[in-house]
Design a protein around this ligand. Structure first.
Ligand code: MN3
Length: 200
């Protein structure tokens, strides 16, 4: 079964002014669609893989034929990362997490502000294209970053929040000012969804 592009759970303009509508449209309809199409094209060359889940493909890249391994890594990663990215943002986002997630952030980082500083630092220091992540590790949380469309899922880890720091995610509105984009992005983070993923 071919992978499909999930619909955005809100309008292109819903995250304005933090993320502009044109960026959201190109990001979802062109970039994410491209990852899905390229993943499906790669898997046409290995039909035996087509029944495997996205997580399964990413967790066992060494089982993928070498001729398509890089294409699967990049495009399955892109599909996984963006599918989560749309859901962990919301027009009603921002503020701070509550409940068990808030407790875990406090336990792991001291307080929410320290977590935000460390996460933004990981996003700023990721050289070139990639992502910064909040990863669930048992009852604790860690911050990490990956290049390109690599994802902690490849290491059988459980990312519950990620920010896309590819230039395509912010360049139209923020140009080279990645830090300004990340600062604005906090205003659209969907903490209830991140909390749901933490407790899942
Ligand atoms: Mn992207």
């Amino acid at each position: 079964m071919a992978f499909t592009l999930p619909a955005l759970p809100y309008d292109f303009a819903a995250l304005e002014p933090s993320i502009d509508a044109r960026t959201m449209e190109i990001h979802h309809d062109k970039h994410h669609a491209g990852y899905v199409n390229n993943l499906n094209a790669a898997l046409e060359k290995a039909p035996e893989l087509q029944s495997r889940s996205l997580d399964d493909l990413l967790q066992h890249l060494d089982s993928i034929p070498e001729s398509i391994r890089t294409a699967v890594r990049n495009n399955a990663g892109g599909h996984w990362n963006h599918s989560m990215f749309w859901e962990i943002m919301s027009p009603k986002g921002g503020g701070e997490p509550t409940g068990k997630l808030a407790d875990a952030i406090k336990k792991s980082f001291g307080d929410f502000a320290t977590f935000q500083t460390q996460f933004a630092d990981a996003a700023a220091k990721r050289f070139g294209s990639g992502w910064a992540w909040l990863v669930k590790d048992g009852s604790k949380l860690t911050i990490t970053s990956t290049p390109n469309q690599d994802t902690p899922v490849m290491e059988k880890k459980h990312p519950i929040l990620g920010v896309d720091v590819w230039e395509h995610a912010y360049y139209l509105k923020y140009q080279n000012k990645r830090g300004d984009y990340v600062s604005a992005w906090w205003n659209v983070v969907n903490w209830p969804e991140v909390g749901r993923r933490f407790e899942a």
